[in-house]
Write a protein that binds this ligand. Structure first.
Ligand SMILES: C[S@@+](CC[C@H](N)C(=O)[O-])C[C@H]1O[C@@H](n2cnc3c(N)ncnc32)[C@H](O)[C@@H]1O
Length: 289
């Protein structure tokens, strides 16, 4: 990772968040998180119809699982640039890419809202849950459109609304019995659900200059906790996601009460292969004219 991003500019708060708060937790739980959301990233890639030789930007690539899979799909002759605000997550990504032995992969610690890839003329801008955190989404997507060649594609996956994602809503509701939730973010404020509204996504992408905008609803059972046991899954829910956010300032005593409540709420979803719950996301595609 050659560059070092300082917490400045429009996304300074997110740079801090993904380096100090969320990044180390994502790195620590990387395997589980990857197993949990891998099928959703693959579904977005399938819709992107990636071909060997293509040049791809992976926005908010995190710990690099999608960057590696994209590199496999563009081989031989293609390339993938993984961009992320989080240096800690990129370190994990670099290590994983080296371990996977894929060619044509590069990572940059940069803000996708402002970063201009040297090459430009890319074939595809891809993201698995990495485009919902921009302070100025129209500016960010206009910037991403400029990185594409004419006819280049955009393909990403983002969450639909929280109530349609019981795997996140159920733990939050359990936590709510013991801790006051922070006020809900303003509609469209950066966060996991900022792209939940189809009309808003269409407006942002159209304003950024994209054409052929399509949102396909994607409903899937998720292996919550990556197929691990119930207690391990509860711990992950308390560390990452909306329930964890609600517990950010909670005392050990409160956490001690929330833990069994979340366990009880998740128990009905236990199956032979782990906790299995419904999820809903959008598979979004568009094209630079
Ligand atoms: C929910 S995580 C998803 C990580 C990864 N794509 C995955 O699926 O495992 C969101 C990622 O987007 C990154 N991110 C958020 N805003 C960004 C921005 N403006 N530029 C680059 N990366 C960003 C975060 O640092 C984080 O790694």
């Amino acid at each position: 990772v050659t560059t070092v991003l300082t917490a400045e500019g429009p996304n300074a708060e997110q740079i801090r968040y993904w380096n100090e708060a969320a990044g180390p937790r994502w790195v620590a739980n990387q395997e589980v998180l990857d197993r949990q959301i891998a099928p959703l990233g693959l579904a977005a890639m399938d819709r992107a119809a990636i071909r060997p030789g293509e040049h791809v930007l992976d926005v908010g690539c995190g710990c690099g699982a999608t960057t590696i899979e994209l590199a496999r799909r563009v081989a031989p002759g293609g390339s993938v640039l993984g961009l992320d605000l989080s240096r800690v997550m990129l370190e994990a990504a670099r290590e994983a890419a080296e371990g996977a032995g894929v060619a044509g992969v590069r990572f940059e610690n940069a803000d996708a809202q402002t970063y201009a890839p040297e090459s430009g003329g890319l074939d595809l801008v891809f993201s698995r849950f990495g485009v919902m955190f921009f302070a100025e989404p129209e500016a960010a997507f206009a910037n991403l459109a400029r990185a594409l060649r004419s006819g280049g594609r955009l393909a990403f996956v983002c969450w639909q609304a929280l109530p349609l994602n019981p795997w996140m809503a159920v733990p939050v509701m359990a936590a709510m019995q013991h801790v006051q939730l922070p006020p809900p973010p303003a509609p469209g404020a950066p966060g996991p659900f900022s792209f939940a509204d189809e009309g808003r996504v269409r407006e942002i992408l159209a304003a950024a200059g994209f054409a052929d905008i399509a949102l396909a609803p994607h409903h899937a059972k998720l292996a919550v906790g990556g197929g691990r046991n119930l207690d391990a899954t509860v711990e992950i829910m308390l560390q990452l996601g909306p329930a964890a956010a609600a517990l950010r300032d909670a005392s050990e005593e409160v956490r001690g009460r929330v833990r069994p409540a979340v366990r009880e709420a998740l128990a009905p979803y236990w199956t032979e292969s782990g906790v299995s719950m419904d999820s809903a996301c959008w598979l979004v595609t568009a094209r630079r004219p």
